[in-house]
Design a protein around this ligand. Structure first.
Ligand code: HEC
Ligand code: HEC
Length: 207
């Protein structure tokens, strides 16, 4: 009898510990909002930056944001403006809170340059047969919402200028934090014109 009670107590403690750990892993959006004041100057108070040099973070997958912040903190992704910002975040817990906050915000969407949309859509949905570029929709989804658990980022509604910059960074090898070279292998086979067309199409995509 006593043993059974002890066992029940022990398992309930284990249960609580696992639960506490899980909730810590997802961060607290309210705490994140307070911490985000320093990020707002570039990314916007709600993560919808108005300057195309600074990516929108609103509605981005939480696990993807966490990964990027760790990659900047650990020099696996480098950029002169953002690296010091990521390193300035006090703790790994604060990283989780910030990710929870920006992920919970609603993205405002964007507009595309109409002249390039048709060519961009072809690449996005069908890839480029001749050079063996895979369809973007295969990983980023038919509406560009990504695959949050797999850390495939949302790209729909993102600034075209930022999208093109990242594709060129993967192509030149200045961004190397994509697991299994998933993006480097794709961008390596793309021309400037193809990058610009697909970036325009993505900017106008919405869910
Ligand atoms: C002074 C401007 C500036 C500030 C302030 C700033 N960032 Fe950034 N951030 C950038 C730039 C520029 C990039 C794009 C870097 C690149 O081109 O690779 C970026 C990229 C990011 C990314 C990667 C986005 C993606 O789609 O891959 C995340 C996440 C991020 N910032 C979070 C934050 C957080 C959280 C804060 C506040 C602690 C913050 N940033 C403060 C300029 C800024
Ligand atoms: C095999 C899966 C896969 C395919 C296909 C794919 N991507 Fe990606 N993409 C990824 C992953 C994974 C990342 C995130 C890498 C990381 O963790 O930093 C990414 C990141 C990106 C980013 C950077 C986003 C940001 O916020 O910084 C852009 C832009 C992008 N992909 C565009 C494209 C385009 C355009 C295509 C089609 C030509 C494409 N991707 C095809 C998996 C894929």
């Amino acid at each position: 009898m006593k043993k059974a009670i002890l066992f029940a107590l022990a398992t309930s403690f284990v249960g609580t510990a696992v639960f506490a750990n899980e909730s810590a892993k997802t961060g607290d959006a309210t705490k994140g909002k307070t911490l985000s004041a320093v990020c707002a100057a570039c990314h916007g108070a709600d993560g919808n930056s108005s300057n195309p040099d600074w990516p929108k973070l609103a509605g981005q997958g939480e696990a993807y944001i966490v990964k990027q912040l760790h990659d900047f903190r650990e020099d696996k992704r480098a950029e002169a403006t953002m690296t010091p910002m990521a390193k300035g975040i006090a703790t790994d817990e604060d990283v989780l809170h910030l990710a929870a906050y920006f992920s919970s915000q609603k993205q405002t969407g964007g507009t595309a340059n109409k002249d390039k949309v048709a060519a961009g859509e072809k690449i996005y949905r069908g890839g480029i047969m001749a050079s063996g570029v895979a369809a973007c929709s295969g990983c980023h989804g038919p509406t560009g919402m990504g695959n949050p658990p797999a850390k495939y980022p949302r790209i729909s509604g993102q600034h075209a200028k930022y999208i093109a910059k990242q594709l060129k960074a993967f192509r030149s090898g200045s961004r190397t934090n994509d697991p299994g070279k998933m993006m480097r292998n794709i961008a390596a086979k793309m021309s400037d014109a193809e990058i610009e067309a697909v970036a325009e199409y993505i900017a106008g995509l919405h869910d």
